[in-house]
Design a protein around this ligand. Structure first.
Ligand code: GDP
Ligand code: IMO
Ligand code: MG
Length: 427
């Protein structure tokens, strides 16, 4: 089973970090292929909590080589502060490898992320403010900076100057902000070059050779299907392709080499930032879910918007990504409800939709149609086999499988690496 992709099936924070870490001891390479430090992946090992933003979750497994692919946008200040913080906790993080083609997030991308959000006012996206969108915009505009540019200071200086030419005019004339000095930026970037040099690799070559040799490669998604720039709730999305197809473009592995796509789905639904969320619970019930699941962003600390499990949301992700297995996370959080509602359809102005509507405006006007499943009161955090789960918990899992059209191969019953109920082998 050489190449496996892990993706989020909702709007992020499904528990991709934990799922990736759990497979780590059977994996040779863990590769981030999209996004940047907008991600926040929490891994809990023996009670110790690690919040990873840019580094792949495989970093916590000593036998695993962590890799940052070409599809990622890298903030070098964040990279090295994350490496230093892990080194200080006894994790050798210096071993991470980085694609020479990955793009760089600079301080001017962060400034632009923030001023454009302010400019949008109530049309804002609710970004993480990390400069991710503007860095991808420069990549597509062909004025981005790549990791390999750091090793040619003359070229780097020219590229920074070119990138800032229009941006400085915009900053002053439209956003009423001071200009940014190209020389200062170049100096700040070059300060990282020598420490970075041994990490820079032809990632595509490395991974293809590894697969040829029968090694196991796990491609760790960040963000999620419904934040994808093509398939998400545009424009309330991130600026990359977190979907499974993005794992190929973001790492340099061809589609025929992928063996399995594991979708991570929370047993309910959350979203951070703006954008449509038909099943959102505004009142006390939403607050109860938020408290029970500790639903506050790993990256920005913002309270996550909460709702019950939405089968349409996960079904679309299963379909578009050809998901082979689902890992259902945070099932323990649902303990204690008499009935657990599940969104099985949307009502859009009197018309029933059994799959997510094609048009975004329908999604904005959708109200959820619920099916009510029996709850349970037993503490399930100590369960390690499916048969140990209460009968109603088992029935909840089986009904979700029917609704989303794929098998559930693992169930999360707590944040710790060990708190998992396996149903089918993923590797
Ligand atoms: P990611 O971005 O997809 O990696 O997810 P996050 O780390 O942002 O958010 C998931 C949160 O849920 C983290 O705090 C995890 O420690 C926690 N978590 C993951 N799986 C479970 C689970 O099965 N039960 C509980 N109670 N918490 C979990
Ligand atoms: P992980 O990997 C949840 C959301 C932001 C915002 C939108 C665009 O931890 O699941 P961006 O800064 O990317 O331009 O913001 O995307 N967002 C996430 N929400 N989890 C994430 O990552 C996210 N990364 C971005 O809140 O709505
Ligand atoms: Mg997260």
């Amino acid at each position: 089973m050489p190449a496996i992709i892990v993706i989020g099936t909702q709007w992020g924070d499904e528990g991709k970090g934990k799922a990736t870490d759990q497979l780590g001891d059977r994996v040779d390479y863990v590769v981030r292929y999209s996004g940047g430090n907008n991600a926040g992946h929490t891994v809990v090992v023996g009670g110790e909590r690690y919040a990873l933003h840019l580094l792949p979750s495989g970093i916590l497994n000593p036998s695993c080589t962590p890799v940052i692919g070409n599809g990622v946008v890298v903030d070098l200040d964040v990279l090295f502060s994350e490496i230093d913080a892990l080194n200080a906790r006894g994790v050798d993080a210096e071993r991470v490898l980085i694609s020479a083609n990955a793009h760089i997030i600079t301080p001017y991308h962060q400034v632009i992320d923030k001023v454009t959000e302010r400019f949008l006012g109530n049309r804002k996206i609710g970004t993480t403010g990390r400069g991710v969108g503007p860095a991808y915009a420069d990549k597509v505009n062909r004025i981005g900076l790549r990791i390999q540019d750091l090793f040619d200071p003359k070229i780097l200086a020219q590229k920074v100057e070119a990138a800032l030419e229009l941006k400085n005019q915009m900053l002053v004339k439209i956003y009423n902000r001071p200009t940014i000095d190209a020389g200062e930026i170049t100096k700040r970037l070059l300060a990282h070059a020598e420490r970075l040099r041994p990490m820079v690799t032809d990632v595509s070559l490395l991974l293809n050779r590894a697969l040829d040799a029968g090694k196991v490669v796990l491609l760790e998604g960040a963000q999620a299907h419904h934040l994808d720039v093509d398939f998400g709730t545009y424009p309330y999305v991130t600026s990359s392709n977190p979907i499974a197809a993005g794992a190929c473009t973001g790492s340099g592995i061809g589609p025929t080499r992928i063996d399995r796509v594991v979708g991570i789905a929370k047993a309910y639904t959350t979203r951070v930032g703006e954008g449509p969320f038909p099943g959102e619970l505004q009142g006390d019930v939403g607050e109860q879910l938020r408290q029970a699941g500790a639903e506050f962003g790993t990256t920005t600390g913002r309270p996550r918007r909460c709702g019950w499990f939405d089968a349409l949301v996960v079904e679309q992700a299963v379909r578009v990504n050809a998901v082979t297995d689902i890992v259902l996370t945070k099932l323990d959080v649902l303990t204690g409800w008499d009935k657990i509602p599940v969104v099985v359809a949307y009502d859009v102005n009197g018309t029933r939709h059994d799959v997510m509507p094609m048009n975004q405006s329908d999604l904005h006007h959708a109200t959820p149609v619920y099916e009510y499943l029996d709850g349970w009161t037993e503490d399930i955090t100590g369960c390690r086999t499916f048969s140990e789960l209460p009968a109603t918990t088992q029935a909840y899992v089986r009904r979700l499988e029917e609704l989303i059209g794929t098998r559930i191969s693992g169930i999360g019953v707590g944040p710790d690496r060990e708190q998992q109920v396996p149903l089918h082998d993923l590797l």
